[in-house]
Design a protein around this ligand. Structure first.
Ligand SMILES: Cc1ncc(COP(=O)(O)O)c(C=O)c1O
Length: 469
């Protein structure tokens, strides 16, 4: 291996144990090989010069040179002119965080959960981040305010008051890494009063809602849902410390909480309990004006939470919670202890988008975009399956289609996948999967209107094939 001896190259983390059984030579060679195999050192990366790495590790240059030579011989590294040593691209086994349902074999993607990621407002986000990088003072680069950047809390309070009717002020808002973190922090705080707080969760409801609540130290109690939303008479039958609800557009059923139930829930909360309102996709309502947030009915007893995971993209990891006053300090403390605050630069970029009106403009455009996709899917399902029963169509990014009782949801999903059509059954979101009212949840955010006819025909054939079995 040639060596220019001067290049600094990237940092490479290798931990050497001196005085152990293995030679330093073997440790350097094995460490580099393992880092390439795991993808920590990716294909195309030029390694530091032997002199630099030897100095970093406190070993002789000859030892590093021999390790590089060995890995060149094995095909993990190659050399390029001017003496640089480069990692060869190898196939890395990726670690995925959750079972990936979206596979490349799926052509017609009706999985719920993700917005159209190609619709992310890159230009506006780029403009906002550039401005923030240019203008933010150095002091903004220290540890974040545990409650969130004041610029974002101020912009959000105004937005939430204006668009969602939330009773919000900057000092009641905590910015979190998505809704899920907000939920976990609040449940953690409830443990101050009750060792294992019992939380009522809509059933079916948030994907992984039960494990999130349990991991945060809560105990889950399922709450049934009917056409009017969560059944509030079930509240009296259980001794609950808090309930988590989605009044504007319940996931996955798509039901909006009826006015009498909204009132009942708010009045239940005022008897010293807490309602956590998950307002994850209320901005997308197509056929009439959005319902105001429930929180406005009892702001001292309802914690209102929102997220950009549907309106922008989940990768941004920005969410917020507007809290009753008594919970603000404990939640901010929990947030500080948990991760020292949410990334400031992203918060400031989002505040900039809110203040410029870019977020409002994006939402207006996105509403039209998704409405077109929704209308196309409904039109084609109604044409191909005139008896289909669709619900939850007024809002959000998904709808529900009831299935005849003789259809096995698992078999239907498998047949659909074999036709390259991705669908999900409602039992994925139930606390205990049940077969009493089988249904599928169809997300239309990622299905272009032009593909809706083909997708609806494939769905109809899959259902027909399933019935014959
Ligand atoms: C019901 C519901 N609530 C909240 C969220 C958002 O969670 P987060 O902000 O942690 O991405 C989602 C998104 O997947 C959701 O489906």
């Amino acid at each position: 291996v040639q060596d220019p001896g001067t290049s600094l190259g990237p940092e490479v983390l290798l931990t050497l144990h001196r005085g152990g059984g293995r030679t330093l030579h073997a440790q350097v060679e094995d460490g580099l090989r393992a880092a390439i195999q795991s993808g920590a050192l990716p294909g195309g990366l030029a390694l530091p010069s032997t002199r630099t790495l030897a100095a970093d590790l406190g070993v002789s240059r000859r030892l590093v040179l021999e390790a590089y030579e060995q890995l060149v011989a094995e095909g993990y590294l190659y050399t390029i002119p001017r003496g640089r040593t480069v990692v060869r691209g190898i196939e890395v086994t990726a670690m995925s965080e959750r079972p990936a349902k979206r596979t490349s074999s799926i052509l017609y993607d009706l999985y719920p959960g993700l917005p159209d990621l190609s619709y992310f407002p890159r230009t506006e986000w780029h403009r906002a981040t550039t401005k923030v990088l240019r203008e933010a003072p150095d002091s903004a680069l220290g540890y974040p305010d545990g409650a969130g950047a004041i610029a974002l809390r101020t912009a959000l309070a105004a937005y939430l008051r204006r668009v969602r009717g939330v009773v919000a002020s900057p000092d009641r808002i905590v910015i979190c890494s998505g809704f899920r973190q907000a939920l976990a922090l609040v449940i953690g705080v409830l443990q101050r009063d009750t060792v294992t707080p019992t939380i009522g969760l809509e059933d079916p409801g948030l994907y992984e809602g039960v494990p999130i609540v349990e991991a945060a130290g809560g105990h889950c109690h399922p709450l049934p849902i009917d056409d009017l939303g969560v059944k509030t008479d079930a509240l009296a039958q259980a001794s609950l410390d808090a309930v988590l609800v989605m009044p504007a557009h319940q996931f996955p059923t798509g039901v909006s909480l009826a006015p009498q139930r909204r009132a009942a829930l708010a009045s239940w909360a005022t008897e010293n309990r807490l309602v956590i309102e998950d307002d994850y996709d209320a901005e997308f309502r197509y056929d009439r004006a959005a319902l105001g947030a429930l929180q406005g009915l009892a702001p001292d007893h309802i914690a209102y939470a929102g997220t950009v995971s549907k309106t922008l993209a989940p990768a941004v990891r920005l969410g917020w919670i507007v809290l009753p006053e008594r919970l603000v300090d404990p939640v901010v403390n929990a947030k500080r202890l948990h991760d020292s605050g949410t990334a400031t630069l992203s918060q400031l970029a989002f505040a900039e988008m809110l203040n410029r009106g870019d977020y409002d403009r994006h939402l207006r455009k996105a509403r039209r975009h998704y409405r077109r996709r929704r209308d196309a899917l409904i039109h084609h399902i109604e044409r191909t399956q005139p008896d289909a029963r669709l619900s939850g169509i007024e809002a959000g990014l998904h709808l529900v289609m009831s299935l005849p009782p003789d259809i096995d949801p698992a078999a239907l999903t498998a047949i659909a996948a074999s036709k390259r059509l991705g669908i999900t059954t409602i039992d994925q979101y139930q606390h205990e999967p049940r077969s009493d009212s089988p249904a599928i949840v169809l997300g239309y955010a990622n299905l272009p209107a032009e593909a809706a006819g083909r997708a609806a025909r494939l769905l109809a054939t899959a259902i027909a094939a399933c019935r014959r079995h």
